[in-house]
Design a protein around this ligand. Sequence first.
Ligand SMILES: Nc1ncnc2c1ncn2[C@@H]1O[C@H](COP(=O)(O)OP(=O)(O)OP(=O)(O)O)[C@@H](O)[C@H]1O
Length: 778
Amino acid sequence: MVKQTIQIYARIKPTKKQTGIYSVEEENSTSALEIIVPRDLADGFVNNKRESYKFKFQKTFDQEAKQDSVFEIIAKPVAESVLAGYNGTIFAYGQTGSGKTFTITGGAERYIDRGIIPRTLSFIFQQLQKDSSHVYTTHISYLEIYNECGYDLLDPRHEASKLEDLPKVTIMEDPEQNIHLKNLSLQQAASEEEALNLLFLGDTNRMIAETPMNQASTRSHCIFTIHLSSKEPGSATIRRSKLHLVDLAGSERVAKTGVGGQLLTEAKYINLSLHYLEQVIIALAEKHRSHIPYRNSMMTSVLRDSLGGNCMTTMIATLSVDKKNIDESISTCRFAQRVAVIKNEAVLNEEIDPRLMIVRLKKEIQTLKDELAILTGKPRTEELTEEELLTLEELLKAFVEDRDPESMLDVGADMRKIHHCFKHFKQLVNERAIHDTRLSSAKTTEKSADTTSVKKEEMDKLQGLLQQRDNEINILVNMLKKEKKRAQDAILQLNTSNAPSTTEVSQGAGQKSLIPSNPIPRDFLTPEQKPGFLHRKAGIGDDMSQGRQEAFEIFKRDYADSVTIEDNKQLLKQRFSEAKLLGEKVNEARNKINQLKGDIEQRRMQTAALGVTNASVDSNEPDPVEEELRKQIEEEKKCYKALFNRLKGLKTEIEHLQFLLEKAKVKLQKDFEDWWSEQATSLQGQSSSVWRAPVLTPLNSQQRLQSSSLSETDQTLPTADSSFSSSASSQNKSIPAIRTPKNVGSAIPLTGDSQVDADILAFVKARQNLMQKKGLSN
Ligand SMILES: Nc1ncnc2c1ncn2[C@@H]1O[C@H](COP(=O)(O)OP(=O)(O)OP(=O)(O)O)[C@@H](O)[C@H]1O
């Protein structure tokens, strides 16, 4: 790598006029250029009394300097670096007409005026011819940038087409941020002559010709590039280098009205891309500046490597030393001073030719194989032998089973064995993955088994509940039967004592029913008329099921202690009303006493008032009216006391009765609970096999009536599978509401009450549906 600041040179264009405004002083390896501002021009400065400006250059080529010396000193070293594989750039910067083109390309009239490009081409091709140790390839490209648009000056269509019709050269950037120019042709030049022809073609195609300074400066930038690649015969290394020879646009600034007042101020560039070039130069000159605005213009993008990158760069500041150009000359020198601090790092651009590399590696492999075969005494085949595989497997097994994390597996430098090991480990990892998947799926199955057990628990609970409800129904039905029997006994008794009061109601088809005309027994009332038993009502023992509540009502009625409870209740009621009456009387007596007290007070006041108005009235004499009132008060007080004492006694009696009732209530509750569980246990024992519910269809109201009527004729209530269905089939084909499957194990006990039976059947159906859902029905 070669680290180097951009080299700066100054070249002064010859002039026939006597200027006397500058002087050149050559020092060791540098030269000092002093520009002296004539007094008359400096008059306009207010704050600056300086009359001369000094600038340092590598060398200043004064007016008499010839093209060959410029080439020798400036271009030749760069060309040599390019030949060695480094990138190089030479650019000329200066105002229009200061000699940039003359320096870079040369004068067209005389051979001796050939500029840097032809001389470099000549030099390079001479060198190439001389060096037979390398194979060189040379390509030329010629780019013109005008108004931020790139044009290929070597495009043969230039002559026939207008500038705007030609394809524009565009900048492309690859992921490594390397710049590629699309539509810029690279023309191979096998000889100096071919290269010069290309230069001539490009110059001819330049769209913007040199113009007089006062009209418009030359505003295009031209970049002539020599692309060189070289490699030693048989070597895979290719060196690629580029040499940019750049003729920039004129560096004039705006507002050039005169020299005075403008010298120390920085006027703006006419050419925008030169402004961006200066921005890049300023940014590069600043230490620790991370962002360099190369992308702002096409010219700075193309010359990116030349400015602070992988390139050996040289700048030639062209100066026109006429008095009228003194400000532009100073600007140019200032610019050059900034450029001089930019450091470039040029590296050898070598790359490996991939095709050659493959060939070389193949060859190397073969050589190594041959060597190995000689050393081991046996040629290495593609596959491992069985014996080798066996040994390897044993090694692998030992390695995998070894618990020591530090243990090593050494199979030697045989890639076949290493590959085999990788294959083995991959297999292990895959097997492990499959095993894990199976394990997780097994866990999922376990989970689902858990869910099933939860469901089963729930089902068992429901089944228990169903059993409980079945028991309830059975208990209720049994109780109903008893009630019915009692009612019918009562009817029979009535019939014997009062025969004409019974009406025979025909039920059709030989069915008869005895319905008492008066009074109607409680249990034969319509559901709407029923006060409590089996009639839906809310409230009694909210914690009891409805069936239990109803059973409780019946139980209560037949309870042995009910009479005592009832008597106590009546007594309590009586005592309550007595207490109420006594309380009223006590209040009356108290009011009476208060009233009498008030009367006495009033009487006293009247007597006192009379004593004041009438002297004959003696207020100290006993008043018979007051005496009478006092006696009355005494009487009332006695009465009040007697009443109060009685009330007190009643209160004690009431409290005692309340206590007794509460006790009886608790006992009743307990006795009922005992009886209930007794009933349930005995029923469970009777029907240990689960009821098999018949297939049911809902009853309509007519059927309900018939069912109800039928039941009234029998002491044994009709069942779904016998009485009801058989009688229904014999009477009316449309009636059968209950169909029993063949495997029905037990009958549904019905009560004969249409509403109650409908409730029971609805319950049975709901139960059956539930059983079917749970998959328990057969
Ligand atoms: N060192 C020199 N010796 C002889 N003639 C020169 C020299 N430098 C420049 N000239 C002449 O001066 C004129 C203007 O020079 P040139 O065209 O090179 O200027 P320029 O800086 O390239 O201008 P532009 O910016 O317009 O391209 C040309 O006729 C050229 O031959």
